[in-house]
Ligand binder design. Sequence first.
Ligand code: BEZ
Length: 211
Amino acid sequence: MSLRLGDKAPNFTAQTSQGEINLYDYLGDGWGVLFSHPADYTPVCTTELGRTAALKDEFAKRNTKVLALSVDSVESHKGWINDINETQNVEVDFPIVADEDRKIAEEWDMIHPNASVSATVRSLFIIGPDKTIKLIITYPASTGRNFQEVLRVLDSLQLTAYHSVSTPADWKDGEDVVVSTAIKSEDIPAKFPKGYTEVKPYLRLTPQPNK
Ligand code: BEZ
């Protein structure tokens, strides 16, 4: 199945490195990041999972739970986690799904047959508290993901969800944001007391509301 932004995230119950997990129960009312990696005991994946573990506090600050997935077994995941902890100087404490029958990978469109008939590509999904898909990024196996970008998109999505703003190109935390076009200019002062700049009637900038 091909998944698109706004689609309901397909729920699943699966064996993981931390026992059986139901996706929706695991995420609760918060945000989620589900990402697939091509295979255990591979170099780029080792650095990616290490980086994710190192960013534990950053994901927690954003009320976001993380889980990884590959088509390897629970035993393989557990052995590999020891290597990740040792070599990346971290404690992997998020679950890695063991999708040995590739059911989840197929449903989530993580296997791209022209890239590999059996392994998952580097797919990454951000799932909102409403369990819809907010972001899909696909990287090739040879390129490790940019997890700062994942955090940046989470920040942007949460600003949109909680403050009616969007974020301009190359926006970084702390920079001005864009007032939603749904808000009339006369309503801006009450909603955005830090003020705003009207570049064009459709492009109004305001300081980041939650800073
Ligand atoms: C890696 O993680 O290094 C990797 C995995 C599959 C294919 C290529 C690279």
